[in-house]
Write a protein that binds this ligand. Structure first.
Ligand SMILES: C[S@@+](CC[C@H](N)C(=O)[O-])C[C@H]1O[C@@H](n2cnc3c(N)ncnc32)[C@H](O)[C@@H]1O
Length: 252
């Protein structure tokens, strides 16, 4: 606390120390500073911080050859929507595909899901996701397991017992569209409702994804969810906010 107890003034000593620390922020690696280490980040799921998700994550965009070792902005938008609509998760088995470090799936475990399975195809990412589950007081069974969209079995999908599927920031790589649609189809045809958030970086990749999924999944409903009235709980860097969209995908 920077305030002196019982005296309603800012402590000069603490303020000076705080200012010094602000001035000595280490240089970013791109400016010649040392490599950034992974760090713990805590995200409050409500204004009073009654529900907090803590995850260990990298501070760089790509680390060890994967994008999965940090939390991506699209997942904050989907989390805010789910926080505003807990009924969508309440008492449901939730599956997160391409879970990354696990922020979104762990959030669902705190928002009333019956069971949550985080899945990813990268074993380093999965190891971090498993550790991150352990850092949190989840109130339902929450596990992490391998699900590679290029190499999965029907038995694996059935064993997930999915009722709600969540996925965030997976439509960025043109080479991943075919396997992603393949695994989505395998899950959605079981009557699962999916909530997907995407950062639109390359509009063509996004167009190709929708063309592919509409072609493969005849009759699939895809509804864009308006986010105007959803309360922002997480901090966004105004300079890096990309166009994020959230969709509901389901077979009626
Ligand atoms: C951009 S990150 C998104 C992570 C997380 N959903 C988020 O929004 O923070 C993409 C994730 O998809 C996973 N992924 C990419 N290709 C995959 C595949 N073929 N099978 C399973 N997971 C894959 C990566 O390992 C990574 O964790």
């Amino acid at each position: 606390m920077i305030e002196n107890e019982g005296i309603y003034e800012i402590s000069d000593d603490l303020l000076e120390l705080f200012t010094d620390l602000m001035m000595t922020v280490p240089k970013r690696p791109e400016a010649g500073g040392p490599p950034l280490k992974p760090c713990f980040k805590s995200y409050c799921l409500d204004r009073n911080c009654n529900k907090v998700v803590t995850v260990m994550e990298e501070q760089t965009t790509i680390s060890s050859g994967t994008t999965g070792l940090r939390t991506w902005e699209a997942s904050f938008w989907l989390a805010e929507y789910l926080i505003a609509h807990p009924d969508l998760l309440s008492g449901k088995n939730v599956i997160d595909i391409g879970c990354g470090v696990g922020f979104l799936g762990i959030s669902c475990a705190m928002l009333g899901a019956k069971k949550v399975v985080l899945t990813d195809g990268n074993t380093d990412v999965l190891t971090m996701a498993k550790e991150n589950i352990g850092y949190n007081s989840v109130t339902c069974p929450t596990t992490a397991s391998l699900l590679d969209w290029e190499n999965f079995t029907e038995e694996q999908i059935t064993a997930l017992e999915a009722e709600v599927l969540i996925l965030s920031d997976l439509t960025y790589d043109p080479t991943n569209i075919v396997p992603l649609v393949t695994v989505l189809k395998a899950i959605l045809v079981k009557g699962v409702s999916a909530y997907m958030s995407s950062a639109i970086r390359n509009p063509q990749t996004f167009v190709d994804f929708f063309a592919r999924i509409k072609g493969e999944c005849q009759g699939l409903e895809i509804q864009e969810i308006p986010l105007d009235s959803v309360e922002h709980l997480f901090f966004f860097d105004e300079d890096t906010v990309q166009t994020v969209k959230v969709f509901h995908l389901f077979f009626p």
